[in-house]
Ligand binder design. Sequence first.
Ligand code: AMP
Length: 154
Amino acid sequence: MFKFGPNLIPETQIFYKSTYCFGLVNLKPIVAGHVLVVSKRLVTRFNDLTAEEAVDMMLSTKKISAIIEKQYQGSSLTFAMQDGPEAGQTVPHVHMHIIPRRKGDYANNDDIYEDLDQRNKHKKGPDNEERTPRSAAEMKEEADFLRVFFNNDE
Ligand code: AMP
């Protein structure tokens, strides 16, 4: 069990573990395959990470993103970190968003950032607040699917 901000995350929703990070399926993905890389230590800001933790987060992002792009038939990726509340962070625990992208998935490419910003009231895409949280069973199913692509021994 790891913390993600105030939330306790069951192992069933984790598909990847490194020394300092874990990969988590999303409660409210903005597109299929939108996952999170989270530091095992509960700290809020990117700069709160030690150098080792920051390197591990980027290497984890690299490994996970390659699998996400391939398995969700992406042809590009959006990486995003909302680092602090004024940047749109809603869970006060440092995490990287990995989002597979396809040609034409958003009519206006950068509208994805409006979807990422759950507080934005003028967004054109589906509203995060209105998006129904996925069931534990659905999240487990995705984590089980993704877990086989990684060597998770920690
Ligand atoms: P941010 O707004 O950048 O802090 O991103 C928070 C992300 O965490 C959003 O993509 C949410 O859908 C996701 N999220 C919130 N709570 C959970 C949870 N309990 N398990 C998995 N993902 C979550």
